[in-house]
Every structure is written in structure tokens, then in C-alpha cells.
Design a protein around this ligand. Structure first.
Ligand SMILES: Nc1ncnc2c1ncn2[C@@H]1O[C@H](COP(=O)(O)OP(=O)(O)O)[C@@H](O)[C@H]1O
Ligand SMILES: [Mg+2]
Length: 234
């Protein structure tokens, strides 16, 4: 792990009302490469990404991004600094076209519009569907649109919450390859139920259990750790 991580959390605690969902979560994400967060349903993965993105407030602990404390920074402020988030429910506007959804991602970024062409080369099938209403896209295409839209914000770190959930298996490989490519140029933090894919796209991995980091290490070591199987068992 790099000495100067792009993103670092330390002692992060998040609550839903009086119910604590994150307990002292510390993670580090280097400025290039993939980091995976694994854990069974309800382990706290989405809560962690939302806290890092600023959608949920951390009650205790701190988050630093690009060398600056951003524990209390607003979502927009984090996005502007380069923190991209593709939420689990993908946040696509179903009644708007693919192109309009992409333009939203390019907002607040002067050169964003010019990058639409570049970004859609990642997922050519989106390029063929620019005038189509986003609500008519398949599950996989919606995920591609959400990833493309986040990339138009020119993030330094792309956080993805289950990018292959509800995606037909034939399309999962396409998304996996793109994520591998992206992680060579930028930081990618990926939450995935698809363990093999997550371990392939990442070099380092954290496994969560009941709101805590229960196991961590290089992905090629965690892959064979019997503790991983135990932590992911239903
Ligand atoms: N909006 C919410 N209000 C109350 N509890 C929540 C809310 N969202 C999630 N939780 C609880 O927080 C815990 C972690 O959930 P989540 O972060 O969604 O897990 P994961 O993404 O790993 O499946 C679970 O116990 C879940 O029930
Ligand atoms: Mg989740």
C-alpha cells in the first residue's frame, strides 16, 4: 500500500439514527489501482461508500482525500475535488435520454461535454443509444451509463457500489474489463458481491462484517484465505 494514499479513512463511525452501522472503519486507497470492499449483505459496504461520498455524515472519525480533510465537506465539494461515486441504485434519470444523463455528469466541468465522445468509446453500446430514454436500457446498460456519467466528472477516484448487480452475465465481463483498464489510470474503489470479479479488479481488499473491517490484505492473498469464505457465508 502506498505511503501517501489518495483517500484515507480513520476510525469512521456512522449511525442511522441511534443504530450504529460503521465501527472504526479505516481504509486506504492509493492513487492508482483497484481496492475492493467485500462482505455479505448488510455488512455496511454501501454505508461506507455513502459516508466517503458525503451522503451520510460520519459521527466520529475522519476522511482525508488528496491530502485534505474532507470529513465534513459537502457532496458537491468532494465531487469537485475528484471523488466520483456510482451508487448501488445507480441514480439514472429514467425519463431522460442517455445523452441528457451524460450531460448531467459533465455539468460543473468546463471540458466535460467534449469528453462525452471519449467516455462513450468505453461502452460503445451506449454511443448507439444516446437519444434513447434511459428507462428503456437493460440493467447492464444502466450500470454503464452510471459509470460513464461519473467519469465525466473527471474523478481521481471512482467508487462503485455493486457495478454488476442485476447485470446479465454476458455483460459482466465487459464491465470487468473496463474497470481493469480504468484502474490502471486512476483509483477505483469497488464494492462487489461477485467476489472473483472484485479480486481480479483489485490489488488490495477489505472484508467487512457487521460494520467493521474484519479482514484485509493483498487481493491475491485474501483469495485463498479460509477466513474470506467464513466471512462471506450467508
Ligand atoms: N437507511 C437506513 N436506515 C437504517 N438502517 C439502515 C439504512 N440503510 C442501511 N441500514 C442498515 O445498516 C446496515 C448496513 O447496510 P448496508 O450498508 O446497506 O450494507 P451492504 O451494502 O453491505 O449490504 C444494515 O444492518 C442495514 O440494515
Ligand atoms: Mg449495499
Amino acid at each position: 500500500m502506498a505511503d501517501n494514499p489518495l483517500l484515507e479513512s480513520d476510525g469512521l463511525c456512522t449511525y442511522y439514527g441511534t443504530s450504529q452501522a460503521l465501527f472504526d472503519v479505516g481504509i486506504k486507497v492509493p492513487s492508482r489501482g483497484g481496492v475492493a470492499i467485500l462482505g455479505r449483505n448488510g455488512a455496511g459496504k454501501t454505508t461506507l461508500l455513502k459516508t466517503l461520498a458525503g451522503e451520510l455524515a460520519a459521527t466520529r472519525g475522519r476522511i482525508s482525500f488528496d491530502g485534505t480533510d474532507c470529513t465534513r465537506a459537502a457532496v458537491e465539494n468532494r465531487v469537485r475535488r475528484g471523488l466520483g461515486h456510482v451508487p448501488q441504485e445507480h441514480g439514472i434519470f429514467a425519463g431522460m435520454t442517455v445523452k441528457e444523463n451524460l450531460l448531467i455528469g459533465a455539468m460543473g466541468n468546463r471540458t466535460g461535454r467534449e469528453h462525452i465522445e471519449e467516455v462513450i468509446t468505453l461502452f460503445p453500446r451506449l454511443g448507439q443509444r444516446l437519444p434513447q430514454k434511459a428507462g428503456t436500457l437493460s440493467g447492464g446498460e444502466r450500470k454503464m451509463l452510471a459509470i460513464s456519467r461519473a467519469l465525466l466528472g473527471r474523478p481521481h477516484l471512482l467508487m462503485l457500489d455493486e457495478p454488476t448487480e442485476g447485470v446479465w452475465h454476458g455483460v459482466i465481463e465487459e464491465i470487468a474489463v473496463r474497470l481493469e483498464e480504468l484502474s490502471r489510470e486512476m483509483a477505483v474503489l469497488i464494492v462487489e458481491q461477485h467476489v472473483k470479479l472484485a479480486l481480479r479488479v483489485s490489488q488490495y481488499c477489505y472484508v467487512m462484517d457487521r460494520g467493521r473491517i474484519a479482514l484485509e490484505g493483498p487481493s491475491d492473498q485474501i483469495r485463498d484465505d479460509p477466513e474470506l469464505t467464513r466471512l462471506l457465508a450467508p
